[in-house]
Design a protein around this ligand. Structure first.
Ligand code: AVJ
Length: 320
């Protein structure tokens, strides 16, 4: 198998595609095979994820929206007027709109790796919040980045909804929270959405929906490898499976090879045994206690925690 540098030489990819190629080839050469969930989100994958968020079985999005709506006034009460709202990862604007409607923010700083997406998102918000300064930052929010000069003197409030934190290994989650604290600076606050541990049936159904949208979302990463890296995955030879790993408090998504087969990507051959899996995602679930301990280990204090009546999902206000 060729190395990343040789790969970069052999194929005239842009920077992002080279990184994708290097990760895919490295991760499929591991045992067990894996792929990073960050590669789910090409245009088709982002659209499939939006479809997931409105599935009857997928409770997190609507439950978090309900908490943000019901607790909007309480959240507004603890946020300093005129603060800069810094969103880590910028998905659909539905959630941030709720915060912007309830609280008097002085600026909004969406941070996302996709510049195109950021631009479209900022344009949409500018129409509805004409007086709000919007300063998009195109950066990988998991690594340190600089905030725009324009918000230097404003109090900072981080926003990390959607239980995206659940994609991180617990250690990575702690270092992300530590890094966010450094970026936001002294006296900052953070509003973060975290999915809660619950009965296995509910968790299982949320990641194995009857309509098969999650399956298409999972398989789409193979479609993307075929298209962008010239891979030859036969989609009908892999199946979607999500399981709840209770010992590790996480949903795991896998793509399972239905038979013995080989797949070629950029001059590399990957052999699959029947039943062999590619581990494509972890979605960690927290108890209120475990999340509080995690936040504390990263230097934050949990100021307030809100949940829905059924305790499905949680939103926390942290103070640096
Ligand atoms: C976007 C990471 C929060 O873990 O629930 C949804 C992604 N994967 N269905 C989640 C996802 C399968 C989602 N996060």
């Amino acid at each position: 198998n060729v190395h990343a540098a040789a790969l970069a030489k052999a194929y005239p990819f842009d920077e992002a595609t080279s990184a994708f190629a290097g990760d895919v080839i490295g991760d499929l050469a591991r045992h067990p095979k894996r792929l990073s969930p960050k590669y789910f989100y090409d245009a088709a994958g982002s659209e499939l994820f939006e479809q997931i968020t409105v599935l009857p079985e997928y409770y997190p999005t609507r439950t978090e929206l309900g908490i943000l709506r019901d607790r909007g006034d309480e959240i507004a009460a603890i946020i300093p007027q005129g603060a800069a709202l810094v969103e880590f990862g910028a998905g659909a604007t539905t959630k941030v709109r709720l915060l912007l409607e309830h609280c008097e923010f002085g600026a909004y700083v969406p941070v996302d790796i996709s510049g195109d997406f950021l631009k479209a998102q900022a344009d949409g918000l500018r129409k509805d919040f004409p007086d709000l300064g919007i300063y998009p930052v195109a950066a990988d929010f998991t690594t340190p980045f600089a905030l725009p000069e324009a918000v230097a003197d404003l109090p900072k409030v981080g926003f990390f909804p959607g239980s995206t934190l659940g994609n991180f290994e617990p250690q990575e989650a702690a270092s992300f929270l530590r890094s966010a604290r450094k970026i936001l600076g002294h006296g900052a606050q953070m509003i973060i959405g975290v999915d809660l541990e619950k009965d296995e049936r509910t968790l299982y159904d949320a990641y194995n929906d009857a309509a098969g949208v999650t399956a298409r979302f999972n398989l789409n990463v193979l479609v993307r490898i075929n298209r962008e890296l010239g891979g030859n995955f036969d989609l009908s030879s892999f199946m979607h499976r999500s399981i709840y790993n209770r010992d590790r408090h996480r949903i795991e998504m896998h793509l399972i090879s239905r038979k013995a087969q080989t797949v070629r990507i950029l001059g590399n051959t990957f052999a699959f045994r029947p039943g062999e899996t590619i581990h494509t995602e972890n979605s960690y679930k927290y108890s209120l206690e475990r999340f509080t301990a995690l936040a504390r280990s990263a230097g934050w204090t949990v100021r307030e925690s809100w949940t829905d009546a059924a305790r499905m999902f949680s939103v926390h206000a942290l103070t640096a």
